[in-house]
Design a protein around this ligand. Structure first.
Ligand code: PLP
Length: 373
C-alpha cells in the first residue's frame, strides 16, 4: 500500500554489499549540516532514560515545542513523526472525499487509500513551475471535505503565500485543510507564511522536526490545530506514542532556543548559497532544467534522451542516490530531485549529471557502469 517513497539507502547498500555509510544519499531531504550543536551529545549522555517509560502523552515535549514556537500548548499534539498524523487524518476526520494539491508527497494519497477513499489530485503544471493556482481550485475544493497541501511542497520546492492560503481556507470553512509545513523552516522568511496561528478552525498544520534537526530516526513530529480539533485527535492517540529520547530531544532544543534559532537561520543561508552555486553549475547544460525552489531540494526536468530511470541507475552504480520522481502522481520519468548536501557533494552531483547528459551514448555509459558494479 505504501508505494510512493523514493530510493532506499538500505537497499542500495545491500545491493553493493557495503555499509549504508558508503552511500552518498542526495535523495533524502535531511539537513546535511547535522543536528544542532550539542544535541547528540546530550542524548548520548542521557541514554538511561530508556530504562523508564516516557511521559504517556509527551506533555513536557509539547510544552517545549510550544515555547520554542510561541504556540498555545493546548493546540498541539505530539506524534511518532508527522507520518503518524498523516495516516490517521482521514480516519479521525471521517473524510469522505479528499483533494491533494500535487504533484506532492505520496503519503497523503496512501493515507486516503488506506482509509478507503480515492483522493482527487489537483496537479499543478510544469509551465506554472508547479505552483497551484488556488483560485482556480475553489470549485473542486467545494466538493470535498479534506484538502492536503504541502507548503513548501515536496518535491517541487514551490511555496504558497500565507495570504493565498488564508484566502482559500477562509472561503471554505466546511472543508478541513491539512497544511504540511515540514520544510517551512528551511525557507528564508518562511515564518511569514506559516498557518500555525491562522486562527481558522478548519486548518490543521503538520510540523516535522526530523528534517531541519537531522533526527529522522528519533521519530517525533507535531500537529497544530484548534483546541477542539486537537482534542478530537487526542482520542485516537496511542499511549506512549513518542519515545523517551525523542521527548528529551525537544526539551533540549527548547532549553537552547537561542542557539536553535541561530542554527535554523544559518541553515537557511547555507542552502541559499548552495542552491545558487548548484543552479549556476548546471546552467550551461541544456538537458537539465532545474525548477526554482524555496527548499534545499531541487526538482530537475530532464530533456532529450535523458530519462530518470537511466540517470538514477547510472548514479546508483556509483553508490549515489538521488530521487527518481517517476512514481510521483503528476510527474514522470522526466524528473529527478536532488537534495543538496555539502559543497563538495553538490559539485560532484552537478558534474555527474552534466557528464551523463553530455555523453553521446547514454547506453554505453550505463553498461560500463554495470560492468564496474
Ligand atoms: C512533506 C513531508 N511531510 C512529512 C514527512 C514525514 O516526516 P516525519 O514523519 O519524520 O515527521 C515527510 C518525510 O519525508 C515529508 O517529506
Amino acid at each position: 500500500m505504501i508505494s510512493g517513497h523514493g530510493g532506499n539507502v538500505y537497499d542500495l547498500a545491500r545491493s553493493h554489499g557495503c555499509p549504508v555509510s558508503e552511500i552518498v544519499d542526495m535523495s533524502s531531504n535531511i539537513n546535511s549540516l547535522g543536528p544542532p550543536p550539542g544535541l547528540l551529545d546530550f542524548l548520548k549522555s542521557n541514554m538511561e532514560i530508556l530504562t523508564r517509560l516516557p511521559e504517556v502523552d509527551a506533555r513536557d515535549s509539547i510544552r517545549s515545542f510550544a515555547d520554542l514556537n510561541d504556540i498555545d500548548p493546548r493546540r498541539i499534539l505530539a506524534g511518532n513523526g508527522t507520518t503518524q498524523f498523516i495516516y490517521s487524518i482521514p480516519e479521525v476526520l471521517g473524510s469522505k472525499q479528499a483533494l491533494i494539491l500535487g504533484p506532492t508527497y505520496s503519503d497523503y494519497r496512501d493515507a486516503c487509500l488506506r482509509h478507503g477513499i480515492k483522493p482527487i489530485l489537483a496537479a499543478a503544471t510544469d509551465s506554472d513551475h508547479f505552483t497551484p493556482k488556488l483560485n482556480d481550485l475553489s470549485k473542486s475544493i467545494s466538493t470535498v471535505d479534506t484538502v492536503f497541501i504541502c507548503n513548501p511542497n515536496n518535491p517541487t520546492g514551490s511555496l504558497l503565500t500565507r495570504e493565498n492560503l488564508l484566502s482559500i481556507c477562509g472561503a471554505h470553512p466546511q472543508t478541513i485543510f491539512i497544511i504540511d509545513e515540514s520544510y517551512l523552516s528551511f525557507v528564508v522568511g518562511g515564518e511569514h507564511h506559516s498557518m500555525v496561528n491562522a486562527e481558522l478552525d478548519n486548518v490543521i498544520v503538520l510540523a516535522s522536526i526530523s528534517k531541519m534537526f537531522t533526527i529522522p530516526g528519533l521519530r517525533i513530529g507535531f500537529m497544530i490545530g484548534s483546541q477542539d480539533r486537537i482534542n478530537q485527535f487526542e482520542q485516537y492517540r496511542l499511549p506512549w506514542n513518542v519515545n523517551a529520547l525523542a521527548q528529551a530531544a525537544v526539551g533540549y532544543l527548547d532549553r537552547h532556543h537561542r542557539q536553535v534559532r541561530t542554527f535554523i537561520k544559518n541553515t537557511q543561508l547555507y542552502f541559499q548559497t548552495q542552491k545558487e552555486a548548484f543552479y549556476k553549475a548546471i546552467e550551461p547544460c541544456e538537458q537539465l532544467r532545474p525548477l526554482p525552489s524555496t527548499t534545499p531540494f531541487i526538482l530537475i526536468k530532464l530533456k532529450g534522451e535523458f530519462l530518470s530511470d537511466k540517470v538514477c541507475a547510472a548514479l546508483a552504480a556509483e553508490k549515489i542516490l538521488i530521487r527518481n520522481c517517476s512514481n510521483f502522481d503528476g510527474l514522470s520519468n522526466r524528473f529527478v530531485r536532488v537534495s543538496l548536501k555539502s559543497p563538495e557533494l553538490n559539485r560532484l552531483i552537478a558534474g555527474k549529471l552534466m557528464a551523463l547528459t553530455q555523453s553521446p551514448q547514454m547506453e554505453s555509459v550505463l553498461s560500463a557502469k554495470r560492468r564496474i558494479a
